[in-house]
Design a protein around this ligand. Structure first.
Ligand SMILES: Nc1ncnc2c1ncn2[C@@H]1O[C@H](COP(=O)(O)OP(=O)(O)O)[C@@H](O)[C@H]1O
Ligand SMILES: [Mg+2]
Length: 219
């Protein structure tokens, strides 16, 4: 069966694309054959994975395709039967042809957003792109993922209202701001390798949700 393709995208830098992509690929990759595609010329996903030790390598294969531009989807299609899941980390630019290209073959687009008004306003561009690509790729589903949530109420009323104005829903799972997420990059692992139950739990719950969404696919 062809791999299910998850694209992590938002034009805003620093909202958690690479953190989300690497932890998803790390957790999913522990049980399934997974490929992580690095589409960002900065190569942070590639560097993240290569920081892993020989004893505990990153549990997904990694491929850098930042230079593939609008041909990225063709390149990825060559590997679609070799993996169960392909997770794609996108560059922080909506006009980048890489993002539009990979959305053409994606099953699910995940848009990490920091739940504050300015961050949410800047997600409008990516919403437009995803909505446009959906006309061609009828299998494409999309979800916002609230990242770097803080406090007892993960998302303020104002931010919830803004979130509800988007064309796509947010995931039920919110990802909290935790120092451990910064540490995961340094030693090339995912939440699975961290001694933090809350972080493990929230990613386990997010992965469950993602797998459920992918199971409702028309394909
Ligand atoms: N939930 C979180 N808690 C704490 N730090 C986070 C969280 N998500 C991301 N970060 C940190 O924020 C910075 C930007 O995240 P990153 O994933 O690189 O964003 P992007 O790929 O969208 O530019 C990184 O230093 C990362 O470790
Ligand atoms: Mg990044």
């Amino acid at each position: 069966m062809a791999a299910k393709i998850i694209v992590v995208t938002n034009q805003k830098g620093g909202c958690g694309k690479t953190t989300l992509a690497m932890n998803l690929a790390g957790v999913i990759g522990a049980n399934s054959k997974t490929l992580l595609v690095d589409g960002d010329p900065q190569g942070s996903a590639t560097r993240w994975a290569s920081s892993a030790s020989d004893e505990c390598p990153f549990p997904a294969a990694v491929m850098g395709l930042a230079n593939a531009g609008d041909k990225a989807h063709r390149e990825i299609k060559k590997y679609i039967n070799n993996y169960d899941f392909i997770v794609i980390d996108c560059p922080p630019a909506v006009e980048n042809s890489f993002t539009a290209s990979v959305l053409l073959i994606a099953n699910l687009a995940l848009i990490p957003v920091v739940p504050s008004p300015t961050d949410l306003w800047s997600a409008v561009g990516i919403q437009k792109l995803i909505t446009n690509v959906s006309v061609i790729n009828e299998n494409l589903q999309a979800r916002l993922v609230a990242n770097m949530c803080q406090g007892n109420v993960s998302i303020s009323k104002e931010a919830l209202l803004l979130l509800s104005e988007f064309d796509f829903p947010k995931t039920n799972t919110d990802i909290y701001q935790r120092t451990v997420y910064r540490q995961a990059a340094a030693f090339g692992g995912s939440v699975n390798n961290l001694d933090n139950q809350k972080a493990k739990q929230e990613f386990a719950s997010l992965v469950d949700e993602v797998l459920q969404i992918l199971n409702t696919d028309k394909e």
